[in-house]
Design a protein around this ligand. Structure first.
Ligand SMILES: [Cu+2]
Length: 181
């Protein structure tokens, strides 16, 4: 008979469930309170955590950002490495790093303990700026100029990896930043 068939919208006959036990209620309450604490931590850490990057975000037309980067390369180019321009900007200047499928351009040569404003943007899709071996991670979006105030405090060779999957050659997208005395 049709009335005896089970379905997702007709509950089975009789008392088919058992009431929630005390232990289970207790743990649900604890988990719920913990959820509320974690939720409150989000705005708290945003204000008090001190781990937020010093970003100045503004909108930019991707074509315009490519032009700005090209101008920057023209102004301060000192050489080439693997077909990519090597750029040594003066301390205190605005510096540009363009993400594009599938490279970072240019190679940046920076001075230790000098302050720069690093502008990050993408010419095409969403990329991720990951500074290796230092753990700095910033989203790089087309249409947004994300400027970070940076002061390299150690000399060395750093790699910029893309940590946002951006296509078939994503794994080859490696840039370079050199910090010198
Ligand atoms: Cu990428």
């Amino acid at each position: 008979m049709a009335s005896e068939l089970h379905s997702a919208i007709v509950s089975p006959k009789g008392v088919w469930w058992s009431p929630v036990g005390t232990q289970e209620k207790r743990w649900i309450t604890i988990a719920f309170i913990w959820c509320l604490i974690l939720f409150a931590m989000m705005p708290f850490w945003h204000m008090k955590g001190g781990q937020n990057p010093t970003g100045i975000r503004s909108k930019v037309d991707p074509i315009e950002f490519v032009k700005r980067t090209d101008r920057f390369i023209q102004d301060y180019k000192v050489g080439e490495e693997n077909g990519f321009p090597v750029v040594a900007p003066p301390p205190g200047s605005d510096i540009y790093l363009l993400a594009r499928m599938w490279n970072w351009s240019p190679v940046l040569k920076l001075k230790k303990n000098a302050e720069y404003t690093l502008h990050l943007s993408s010419a095409d899709v969403n990329h991720g700026f990951g500074l290796f071996p230092i753990n700095v991670n910033v989203q790089v979006l087309p249409g947004y100029d994300y400027a970070l105030r940076v002061t390299p405090n150690e000399t060395g060779d750093l790699r910029v990896v893309c940590n946002e999957f951006c296509g078939i050659n994503h794994h080859l997208m490696i840039g370079k930043i050199v910090v010198e005395d």
